[in-house]
Design a protein around this ligand. Structure first.
Ligand code: EPZ
Length: 423
């Protein structure tokens, strides 16, 4: 059953929001649990559709999974490929993160090639190139990829682009390979560091995570571990931008300011006051708002996953702002929904130009992907009156208890069946 959000906009946000565990750290961490037959315990895992899908795939492969509250215990003693894996793998491109671990455990695996999505073609050539350097072989057969590998052997793996997923797949395979692997031009995201922390607890020796050169000393006998997931910096950034957009004072708990440096800098440049505490942030409006020039890029640059949300905020900031998207080729679809709400945005190739308007107006809009949905929610908070947002399942993929958290900040939000979508 598809749902839609009804949001009454025009009121400020006030209160405290506790940030959940990171979706984009949890997915590779759960995949890495396949690297051992021992038990792995994960704490602080968010309740999200993508996590549920990953759990179904792990269970479909024969792993025992015990999910209680925000703790997940996984033991992949016996693994075997089944149709369950393929059923769920098609639903989520992050299923491709199973490739490295399954090459290590099974020596061969057949996975659906992840298709493109609303924001881009999302190729996986860097994953395949890196894993084939370690000794894997691949065959494509009608939308599937058949992978096989004997003994994986470490080597130097240069990446032409610091792909997050490719870095993660290569790290996981290298953690159990013979010898040392050096990943050059590696992704530097905090989620990469979190995965390295887990792999080290499991008995690999990973150094340099968080820099562009990661060294992995493999260990054929990786063992179980316990690990707490880092907070979700994109969820935190979304609430910070929502607070800036709606006004009011919002206190964020369980947030690592260092992971949000580029975002905090841009919000302060826009005129928002941000106080940093110990794993907490306080966001308050400033006297006036300033237009911005934002360019997204791989971490530590401004994150692509927060540019749609920022565009919603900038749509009511006097003057002209620009957002240049350098990571994905098609990440401005959300501007259609913002335009329906009165935003003055024009898109020319990789750059969106935003001319601030007095106020947005409520409308019936549709979320096209996870972060586009977040942008529309922020726009709805600012538009006095009722906005309807369909395609809520996109938001369920990446925002834990969104209605509950927004309600506790004073937002009038309800979730109803979308009759039109369910015809
Ligand atoms: C991760 O996707 C995140 N997803 C994305 O978050 C995030 O936007 C992205 O990193 C960039 O930060 C997860 O972690 C589950 P990439 P990923 O490989 O790994 C190109 C969200 O909203 N590329 O760094 O797929 C690719 O086309 C999601 O939570 C290749 O060309 O990102 C893209 O243009 C959206 N070949 C760029 O690199 C490859 O083999 C960045 O992709 C791989 C990637």
């Amino acid at each position: 059953m598809e749902d839609k959000y009804l949001i009454e906009g025009g009121s400020t946000l006030n209160g405290t929001v506790c940030i959940s565990g990171s979706k984009n750290a949890s997915l590779p961490l759960l995949a890495a649990s396949l690297l051992t037959a021992d038990k792995c315990i994960f704490k602080g895992v968010p309740h999200l559709l993508d996590i549920d899908n990953m759990i179904k795939m792990l269970s479909g492969l024969g792993a025992q999974v015990n999910h209680q509250g925000s703790q997940i215990v996984i033991q992949a003693r016996e693994l075997r490929e089944t149709g369950m894996l393929h059923l769920y793998a098609r639903k989520m491109r992050a299923s491709f993160l199973l490739l490295g671990p399954l090459l290590v455990r099974l020596g061969e695996v057949c996975l659906p090639l992840p298709g493109g999505c609303a924001i881009g073609s999302r190729p996986v050539d860097l994953h395949l190139k890196g894993l084939s350097s370690l000794g894997a072989r691949f065959q494509m057969e009608n939308g599937y990829i058949r992978a096989s590998a004997g003994e994986l052997r470490g080597c130097e793996v240069p990446l032409s682009y610091p792909s997050v997923g490719a870095t993660e797949n290569i790290m996981m395979a290298a953690a159990a390979a013979q010898g040392k692997t050096t990943i050059i031009n590696a992704a530097m995201e905090p989620e990469i560091v979190d995965l390295a922390d887990l792999l080290n607890k499991m008995g690999a020796r990973v150094t340099g995570a968080g820099s562009s050169v990661i060294e992995v000393e493999g260990n054929r006998e990786l063992h179980g571990a316990a690990h707490t997931v880092i907070p979700d910096r994109i969820e935190a950034g979304t609430y910070m931008i929502a607070a800036a957009a709606a006004g009011g004072q919002v206190h964020l708990e369980r947030v690592i300011a260092e992971h949000l440096r580029a975002v905090i800098d841009k919000l302060r440049e826009a005129g928002i006051r941000i106080e940093e505490g110990n794993n907490e942030l306080l966001v308050r409006p400033g006297r006036k708002m300033n237009p911005l020039k934002i360019i997204t890029g791989p971490y530590p640059a401004f994150p692509t996953d927060l540019q749609p949300q920022f565009a919603a905020l900038l749509s009511v900031v006097p003057g002209e702002s620009t957002i240049t998207e350098t990571v994905f080729e098609n990440r401005f679809l959300y501007t259609k929904g913002l335009q329906q709400m009165g935003a003055q945005i024009t898109v020319d190739g990789r750059t969106a130009c935003i001319r601030g308007v007095e106020s947005l107006i409520p409308a019936q809009v549709e979320a096209t992907d996870l972060r586009a949905g977040a942008a529309l929610v922020i726009a709805a908070l600012m538009a006095p009156g009722r906005t309807e947002i369909s395609g809520v399942y996109h938001l369920d993929r990446g925002y834990e208890n969104l209605e509950g958290k927004l309600t506790s900040l004073g937002v009038k939000i309800s979730r109803v069946a979308d009759q039109a979508a369910n015809l």
